[in-house]
Design a protein around this ligand. Structure first.
Ligand SMILES: [Zn+2]
Length: 414
């Protein structure tokens, strides 16, 4: 004979077991809540498209204390000055996220839409008029403004990404809890509970692998935003407004002869130690490449405490004949995805090599101190390589020729 209380206790125990069974089987394979890949893609695709539409809307101007509305399409890299000179038939190529596969792809983009972000109001757009009109970076003041613009874009895009990820996380959690609720509703105890009161929704407080990956990304973005707003933003405004000496920052502004057919404005980092006894440090820098008709401006920028590291970093590349091109290729591959390349340069790379390059972009194990083992600027390098061969001949040079010849990615025999 079993008492009513004991029976009830057994039922409760079994119910807890049933509930844990639903949760455990989900946690073992979180993707099991999606009926198929399409349902998963659909959920994120919808959430993403809804958010991405907001990117084009104007926001409050990012300039300190400015309350005006931003213009919708502020170019981080000036269109008429630097993008148009490398565009062909009004287009450029740029790395972009494929929203169906979540992988990177190299996509064609119209020059009017390239490098735009809702950043500044009409009035603060004027900060950049001087070099937009002269179509070149004439000195440190122009360079500083371009750096400012690049940092502002980093902040705006990171805040936008943060909002998007928060929205995705939220959509996913609602979907997940909804699916779990369907399973839980099937449990016998729910029939009992629902006899007295209707339960309309269910929230599972625990985490899972997907939620964890959202949370890691959210943490990283928040850290980056704090860093950019905290370290750069205030100081750079102080300097813009007071025209004070740039004591907070260090950097270089290098002019390269000839047009390197890419425009880039972003950031990158590398890890370095001053000597064998000191702790390695992550050095963040702003990287910019601005092509003109006959020259290319290359800008590197960081906080002043990184000055020695930056010098060491640049010297390591510039020691070589192709150092600056190799450095730019490293930035494109392992630093920023905010770059725009002349279409014919990209199209000349063989399909097979294009695939390799795309899959190497943003390899998380690499920093911008790594040399990329292939080349993107085949003709630019080949022309200079041929010119150099006529000029130089020594053992070190021969070695360099062998290395560089092995890096071409187009179909031409070097
Ligand atoms: Zn403004």
């Amino acid at each position: 004979m079993i008492s009513q209380d004991a029976l009830f206790e057994l039922f409760l125990k079994q119910s807890i077991k049933d509930y844990n069974g639903v949760i455990d089987s989900f946690l073992k394979d979180p993707s099991s809540i999606f009926a198929d890949k399409n349902e998963q893609t659909g959920l994120f695709f919808d959430a993403l498209t809804r958010k991405l539409a907001n990117w084009k809307k104007s926001k409050e101007c990012i300039y300190r204390n400015c309350k005006e509305k931003s213009i919708k399409k502020s170019h981080t890299i000036a269109k008429s000055a630097f993008l148009s000179v490398i565009a062909e038939k009004g287009h450029l190529y740029t790395p972009a996220l494929n929203y169906k596969t979540y992988g990177t792809e190299i996509k064609k983009i119209g020059v009017n839409d390239a490098s735009t972000f809702p950043g500044f109001c009409q009035d603060h757009e004027k900060l950049f008029f001087a070099f937009e009109q002269s179509k070149r970076i004439a000195g440190d003041s122009d360079a500083f403004r371009q750096i400012y613009r690049t940092i502002c874009r980093e902040i705006v895009i990171k805040e936008f990404r943060l909002n998007t990820i928060l929205h995705l996380r939220d959509s996913y959690k609602k979907f997940r809890d909804g699916k779990l609720f369907i399973e839980i509703k099937k449990l016998p105890i729910m029939k009992l509970i629902e006899r007295n009161s209707k339960i309309s929704n269910f929230e599972y407080e625990g985490s899972d692998a997907l939620l964890n990956s959202f949370d890691t990304e959210i943490k990283n973005l928040k850290r980056d935003i704090r860093k950019f707003r905290g370290i750069y933003f205030k100081r750079i405004h102080d300097e813009l407004e007071l025209k004070s000496k740039k004591q907070f920052f260090c950097g270089m502004n290098i002019t390269v002869k000839g047009q390197v057919p890419v425009a880039l404005a972003g950031r990158g980092n590398f890890v370095a130690a001053m000597d064998i006894n000191s702790e390695p440090k992550t050095i963040e820098l702003i990287t910019i490449v601005l092509p003109s008709e006959n020259e290319t401006t290359v800008i590197i920028f960081s906080s002043v405490e990184n000055e020695e590291y930056i010098k060491g970093y640049v010297e390591r590349f510039l020691r070589q004949d192709f150092g600056i091109i190799n450095m730019i290729e490293s930035w494109m591959m392992y630093g920023s995805d905010h770059w725009f390349i002349k279409p014919s340069i990209w199209e000349k790379i063989t399909a097979e090599n294009q695939k390799v390059i795309v899959s190497d972009i943003m390899d998380p194990s690499k920093r911008i101190s790594s040399f990329y083992p292939k080349t993107i600027f085949n003709d630019f390098k080949r022309d200079r390589l041929l010119a150099l061969i006529k000029l130089k001949s020594n053992e070190e040079f021969e070695k360099m020729i062998i290395v560089e010849n092995g890096k071409f990615t187009d179909a031409e025999v070097p």
